[in-house]
Design a protein around this ligand. Structure first.
Ligand code: ADP
Ligand code: MG
Length: 338
């Protein structure tokens, strides 16, 4: 890659260096030859940034932004908007414009997915506790059934005065916030002059522009069955687009031949058991792609495929538990299966 770029530059110099022809301004690229990279841990996951920039403080400033979003949107950070909503005891409270934007998108996709996607799943998520001590054991069935009774997006009541969540209802933005934040961090970088790079926020991949050499980023679609680390089912070229994957192997455990994973059936609180092992969404932004990856996973292969086909500019790749890979019509000739 480095070699190619250097050769590219050498060729460009050679071409512009030969006299005699009309005076054409050489195409000068301001992007440095190597990206600046940063790996950090935010939002309960690994955050990677690979950005072509000369700006020495860009990545540390971006990390500070990540921290600000974590403090605003985390369910476990006391005093965050989400924590405040979950502890408001049925009172209407004010939230930041960022939180409001996320709640609006969540409600939109809850309706479109007929409730398969629902951020009021929070109490069920807490009982499974996939990120903490709960990993590996089943929750109490009665408690889970009671928590599932509390799920229902229509209970979120938003107006100019603020947001009202009935007492006992708990929201969880785990399926949507990372996508929103990925987009905001990309905007922040574009404002600081970045034209090329990519972000990976725990499976939320966002390409900023194309590669510095002008070609597309080729994004590997990870094998959601997690059989091998880094295994891919194919690749898709993107520029200024997001690729977001949801699957049964991201968080979860196996017990007595059953895979218990973190995408929950909003009717029962139990992990969604359908034919899917994973779904990747390709969309202009990570906010939509993240929300859709969870929603479409919960909808299943047939309904999910029809839903994505009905949306303009959004595509999906599905991997079943039987290892079949299918994709929506807009990826025909573009997705390269391995
Ligand atoms: P990841 O967190 O790996 O990016 P997802 O975007 O699919 O994966 O989000 C899964 C998370 O969303 C869960 O950990 C949980 O917090 C929350 N969640 C689980 N089931 C649902 C659902 N049916 N609707 C909305 N959010 C959900
Ligand atoms: Mg998601």
């Amino acid at each position: 890659m480095r070699k190619k770029l250097i050769w590219g530059l050498a060729l460009a110099l050679a071409l512009t260096g030969c006299g005699g022809g009309p005076a054409v301004a050489p195409r000068v690229t301001t992007a440095p030859a190597e990206p600046k990279s940063q790996v950090a841990f935010f939002f309960d996951t690994v955050v990677t940034m690979n950005i072509y920039t000369d700006d020495e403080t860009l990545l540390s400033d971006a990390q500070a932004e990540c921290q600000r979003y974590e403090d605003l949107l985390s369910k476990t950070v006391e005093g965050s908007d989400v924590w405040n909503l979950n502890h408001a005891g049925g009172k209407r409270i004010q939230v930041s414009p960022e939180t409001r934007e996320i709640l609006e998108k969540a409600l939109e996709y809850s309706a479109l997915s007929e409730g398969a996607f629902d951020i009021t799943i929070g109490a069920c998520v807490d009982l499974w506790d996939f990120t903490g001590e709960g990993m590996g054991r089943l929750p109490d069935e009665t408690a889970l059934a009671q928590a599932a009774e509390k799920v229902g997006w229509a209970q979120i009541d938003m107006d100019e005065e603020g947001v009202l969540l009935p007492a006992g209802v708990t929201i969880d933005l785990g399926a949507i916030a990372k996508g929103y934040i990925t987009d905001r961090i990309a905007d922040f970088m574009r404002q600081r002059g970045v034209e090329s790079g990519f972000l990976n926020f725990g499976g939320n991949v966002l390409a900023i522009g194309g590669k510095p050499d002008g070609t597309d980023w080729n994004i590997g679609i990870q094998d959601p069955r997690g059989l091998q680390q880094q295994a891919v089912v194919g690749a898709v070229p993107v520029r200024d687009q997001a690729v977001v994957t949801s699957g049964i192997y991201e968080r979860g455990f196996d017990l007595d031949g059953v895979r218990y994973h973190h995408i929950l059936d909003t009717a029962t609180g139990w992990p969604v058991q359908n034919e899917l092992a994973g779904v990747s969404i390709i969309a202009p932004d990570a906010f939509d792609a993240d929300t859709l990856s969870t929603a479409v996973f919960a909808m299943g292969l047939e309904k999910g495929t029809a839903f994505i086909e009905s949306l303009d500019g959004i595509e999906a790749i599905f991997v079943t538990r039987e290892d079949e890979v299918t994709w929506t019509s807009g990826l025909e000739g573009r997705f390269q299966p391995t």
